[in-house]
Design a binder for this molecule. Structure first.
Ligand code: ADP
Length: 341
């Protein structure tokens, strides 16, 4: 379906403008929550654009930089030595002014003033809403899904997810060591405000006794009773993974201690899961998505989000992408419960 739309766009644009008037100047920004792998995406955007003879500009601090004009030209060397680094060299920010019509118009005017015809926005759903607003004012915008939570519906994968899960897994492994030494219950809260994808995968990878996410109702009494049954069979320590969206980890630990008589500690892993060197998967997916985004802009295509579907890169209309709902893998959750002891 999307391919048909793409062809029409290219044809119309070429007929209207002619080959010599194709996109020459683009910009890239990172917005919203940062995610490991954003740098790899920026690098791919910059290097792909330059290879196609475009000028490419970096915008600092997301939409804030677009409004203040914190924009600078980038070359091949601007993105040297960043593919393996977490965070984002372009910095990121949240920008309330950009949520207003005046703010979006001001950003559009800034792009026009600088001759920037296309913009790559690396971020989450919120950033894509901003990109949709800017697209409605005639700017060619392409969104790249960058968020550790993997909670963007149109895509199977978002940049940063793999790194965040691996970070969480390594930290839970460390906690398990000390939990084991002390015969404890470790309640570990992992990231995932809007979705339990990090929690369920980390829980499986760490052999958690229980996984609590917002998508699946839980019963604290049942969890405590099962722990006591397992204790009677010889189990000495327990790891419970809680998704950030559920929260109350400290209370959950207290409740479990109260009901089981087993010492329980809560640990909230927090923002450490946002940092660190991106994994191979994040570097490669980010590079592919960055490259794909520039290929769309080169063809005069805007108002699209890059997505990974069944291991293929595709693109969706931003509004359509925002309207989609991502299912939670409840089967995976149930499987984890079956295997856990
Ligand atoms: P994320 O992109 O990670 O979901 P946010 O939801 O904080 O992060 O969004 C990042 C930025 O995108 C916001 O600070 C704001 O500038 C812009 N944005 C978010 N929602 C909208 C909206 N509805 N309209 C215009 N801009 C928006």
């Amino acid at each position: 379906m999307y391919k048909v739309v793409k062809c029409i766009c290219i044809k119309n644009l070429r007929e209207a403008k002619g080959e010599s008037e194709m996109i020459k100047k683009i910009a890239v920004l990172t917005s919203g929550g940062d995610a490991p792998g954003m740098n790899a995406a920026v690098r791919a955007v910059v290097r792909t654009a330059i290879s196609k003879g475009m000028e490419v500009y970096g915008v600092r601090r997301g939409y804030v930089g677009l409004l203040t004009g914190d924009i600078f030209q980038m070359d091949e060397r601007s993105v040297t030595d960043i593919i393996h680094r977490g965070g984002t060299i372009l910095y990121t920010a949240r920008c309330s002014e950009f949520r207003t019509d005046e703010g979006v118009s001001k950003a559009r005017a800034k792009c026009e003033e600088l001759g920037i015809e296309g913009l790559v926005v690396i971020g989450g759903d919120g950033s894509f809403r901003g990109a949709a607003d800017l697209s409605a004012k005639g700017m060619l915008c392409i969104g790249i899904p960058g968020t550790i939570d993997n909670d963007i519906a149109c895509t199977d994968y978002t940049i940063g997810f793999d790194t965040a899960m691996n970070t969480a897994m390594e930290l839970v492994d460390k906690l398990r060591d000390t939990s084991q030494s002390h015969d404890r219950i470790s309640v570990v809260e992992v990231m995932g405000r809007g979705a339990g994808h990090i929690a369920v995968n980390t829980g499986i990878a760490c052999g958690a006794t229980d996984i609590i996410t917002q998508e699946v109702p839980y019963d604290i009494n049942a969890i405590a009773n099962t722990m006591l049954e397992k204790k009677a069979k010889g189990k000495e320590n327990f790891v419970v993974i809680v998704a950030e969206g559920v929260g109350h980890s400290v209370e959950i630990a207290k409740e479990l201690e109260l009901r089981t008589g087993i010492e329980a500690r809560a640990t909230i892993l927090g923002h450490v899961q946002r940092g660190g060197n991106p994994t191979l998967r994040d570097r490669v997916e980010a590079t592919k998505m960055g490259n794909y985004a520039v290929e769309l802009l080169e063809q005069g295509i805007g108002n699209r989000v890059v997505a990974l579907k069944d291991n293929q890169l595709v693109d969706y209309d931003i509004q359509d992408a925002l309207a989609m709902k991502k299912p939670y893998d409840e089967k995976l959750h149930r499987m984890a419960e079956t295997i856990a002891f």
